[in-house]
Structures are given as structure tokens and as C-alpha cells.
Design a protein around this ligand. Structure first.
Ligand code: PHB
Length: 387
């Protein structure tokens, strides 16, 4: 060997010794695909914040690998979803995709993830299909299925002896599935849904439908809206005076991260969700303190889901020592883990969806206060999942 080759060989072995192999040294590229504009913009930001908070708490590394982000605004537009996720995978060569909020966008992402065997962590979108017919070894959800909070609220409404309901939502998968869960439990408990009203996503022209609700005179209304749309709906409902005579129920998205803007209009509302603002556990208190310190704002359910998506990724990466080629070991580690979530510890189902307590919450000032547990350890039925 000449002098130059000897030096190169020495350098290579020094690098190997320091880093434990080239693989452990490469940065892990995380493709973050979330809405940063439109009615779900605040939700995307909270998820992004939560995810990055957990990574920061680990010193910027998961499974020994430094994390690098490629961020895309998906605009909650299903028509752009396939292109957006393909760019992350083929052009940016990300190792894992984290996203998104909107169920229609998430279903397009899940299809691409399945076909290309790309690792996908879903930190919100509840599309039942993602952990139903589209379930896969490489797809995980840290949030909920749309069916879960809906089903819990249907049970609560029937137990409270309400007999008739009208449902109202945006006309897309999330709304339809949330209403589906509600109806299943409400009718099982003896209730009857008189009418299902919809507006196109993301419209917020509610007047005509509020007039229809007033004419139908149901005992209660069940509504699925979120983000900017939830703010507008709850305020319009109160401005029409309907909250005085017809209680407004919904999944917790109706009042989560929105109470500053909703003010008096939301006071006293009951909702069901896998998180609440007043859990007062050491785990949640520590999370909330760290979040407020980092972002100068209160966390909400979306921040928790982002944080937990990072926790799940960390559990899998640790088990495979940063080597994402080991898919079966990666999945097995998350499947047997108990995730130490601010919402309370949870496990995932065989279909990779959280099995979790659904709290009954009541709006009190700027908080969604837990007033009880509507259903303990609720698992999505995962209809159509073969795994
Ligand atoms: C959804 O599209 O699945 C979705 C969006 C916003 C939420 C909940 C679910 O708050």
C-alpha cells in the first residue's frame, strides 16, 4: 500500500469505530406532510410542534439517528395528495412519512405507502379505512379512528335519555364516519337520527341548515367540524339561539384548540375525545409545561398526537437500532409497546390504531375539562383489516 491508501484505510476504520457503521450515522429523513394553510392550518402546526418537541427531548435523535425534516403543506387537498407524497418519497427520498390531518388526503397517502412499502405514521386523520381495509405492517396511527369518538358520544347521548338527533358535518369521509359511529351507538341505545345534514368541505355557510334544524326540533344535534370551521359553526349555532333549546354534541374536535376563538358560544358543551385539558397526571403536566415553554401556547389533542407519533417512531427505531430495513422487528416493537402518552398510556390494536379511553369533557372557560370516561379502552372494530 502506498501512503495515500494507508491514510484512507486508517480514516475509514476510525469513522467505523466512532459511528458504529455508516448506517447508524446517516440522518433519518422525516417527510412531514400536514396542512399549514386553510381551515386545518392550526391543527397541522400543533402536530408539527408536538412531533418536534418529542424529538428535541431526545436530543434531536431517534434510534441513534439524527432527524432531518422535509416539510410539505398539503392544504387538506385530496387532489394534490398523491403528487405530494410521491415527491417526498421519490424526489426527497424520505425514510418515513408523517401525515396528515384530512382523511381524504390520508387515504391517498396510505395507498402510496402500501404500494411502495414506505413507513407511514398518521398523527390525526381518522379515516376508518387506514386501519381497516388499507391496514398494513408499515402504516401506524397515533390518533384515533373517526368511528371512536363518534361511537362514544352516541352512547353518552342515549344514556342521557335523548331520543332524537340531527347530524351535521362536512361532506367527506371524516364527517360521514364520525356520524356513522355516533348513529351506531345512539340507535343501539334506543335513539333515532331524524336527518343527516352536510355542507361541502371546507364551506362554512351554515345559515340554511341551522334554519332546517330549528324546524326539525330534534332533542340534540351531533356535529363534526374542526379547526376554523368548528369555530364558525359553534359561534353560528349560539348566535341563532339554538344552544338554548337543542344541546350541541360532537366529538372533541368541535371544541379542541378552538376555545379562545369560540368564547361564550362554547360554554357548557359536552364532547367526547381521547384527550382533555385537565387530566392532572404527572405525564400530562410535564408534557404541557414543556409545550408551553417551547411554543408559548397551550397544547391540544393535535399536539399530543404529533408527540405520540414521534414516540411510536422512536420505539420502533430503538428496537432496530435505527435500521428501518428491519420492518417486521420495527412493527413488532410498537405492537407490544405501551405508549406513554400525555392522554394516558395506550397500546395499539393489531390494525395499528390506538386502543384508548374516550373521555367525556365539558367546556369550562378556556378548558375542555374531563368529567368522566365515556368508554374505557375503546378499540376500533377495524372492519375489513386482514393482517
Ligand atoms: C379527518 O379528516 O379525519 C379529521 C380532520 C380533523 C379532525 C379530525 C379528523 O379534527
Amino acid at each position: 500500500m502506498n501512503r495515500r491508501n494507508t491514510l484512507a484505510a486508517l480514516l475509514a476504520s476510525a469513522l467505523l469505530a466512532a459511528g458504529g457503521g455508516a448506517h447508524a450515522q446517516a440522518k433519518l429523513k422525516v417527510g412531514v406532510m400536514l396542512p399549514f394553510t386553510g381551515t386545518y392550518a392550526a391543527l397541522g402546526t400543533a402536530i408539527d410542534n408536538g412531533f418536534k418537541l418529542y424529538v428535541q427531548e431526545q436530543g434531536g435523535k431517534l434510534g441513534g439517528r439524527e432527524i432531518e425534516y422535509v416539510v410539505v403543506d398539503d392544504e387538506s387537498d385530496p387532489a394534490k395528495a398523491t403528487d405530494n407524497v410521491n415527491k417526498l418519497i421519490n424526489r426527497d427520498k424520505v425514510d418515513v412519512v408523517v401525515g396528515t390531518v384530512h382523511s381524504g388526503v390520508a387515504m391517498a397517502m396510505a395507498k402510496v405507502a402500501r404500494d411502495s412499502n414506505t413507513l407511514l405514521m398518521v398523527p390525526n386523520a381518522g379515516a376508518d379505512a387506514v386501519t381497516g381495509p388499507m391496514c398494513a405492517q408499515n402504516i401506524f396511527r397515533s390518533s384515533f379512528s373517526n368511528w371512536q369518538p363518534g361511537f362514544a358520544m352516541g352512547k353518552v347521548a342515549a344514556e342521557r335519555k335523548h331520543k332524537t338527533a340531527v347530524t351535521i358535518t362536512w361532506k367527506y369521509a371524516a364527517g360521514a364516519e364520525s356520524v356513522g359511529g355516533f348513529k351506531e351507538a345512539f340507535e343501539k341505545g334506543g335513539g333515532k337520527v331524524l336527518n343527516d345534514l352536510t355542507v361541502p368541505f371546507p364551506n362554512v355557510e351554515f345559515q340554511a341548515l341551522l334554519t332546517e334544524i330549528a324546524a326539525l326540533k330534534p332533542d340534540i344535534v351531533y356535529a363534526f367540524f374542526a379547526g376554523g370551521g368548528a369555530v364558525k359553526f359553534v359561534k353560528d349555532y349560539a348566535a341563532a339561539g339554538l344552544n338554548k333549546s337543542i344541546p350541541l354534541y360532537g366529538p372533541g374536535f368541535l371544541t379542541d384548540g378552538t376555545l379562545e376563538a369560540q368564547g361564550d358560544a362554547a360554554q357548557g358543551m359536552l364532547t367526547t375525545l381521547h384527550y382533555a385539558d385537565s387530566l392532572n397526571t404527572p405525564r400530562d403536566d410535564a408534557f404541557r409545561l414543556a409545550y408551553v415553554k417551547a411554543y408559548k401556547m397551550q397544547p391540544d389533542v393535535y399536539a399530543v398526537q404529533g408527540y405520540d407519533a414521534a414516540q411510536m417512531l422512536a420505539i420502533g427505531l430503538k428496537a432496530v437500532k435505527g435500521d428501518l430495513g428491519k420492518r417486521a422487528e420495527f412493527a413488532a416493537a410498537i405492537e407490544k409497546a405501551t405508549i406513554d402518552s400525555p392522554r394516558g398510556p395506550f397500546k395499539i390494536s393489531k390494525a395499528h390504531n390506538p386502543v384508548q379511553d374516550i373521555y367525556l369533557r365539558k367546556v369550562d372557560g378556556k378548558q375542555n375539562k374531563a368529567v368522566g370516561v365515556a368508554i374505557k379502552a375503546l378499540a376500533d372494530p377495524a372492519r375489513g383489516c386482514r393482517m
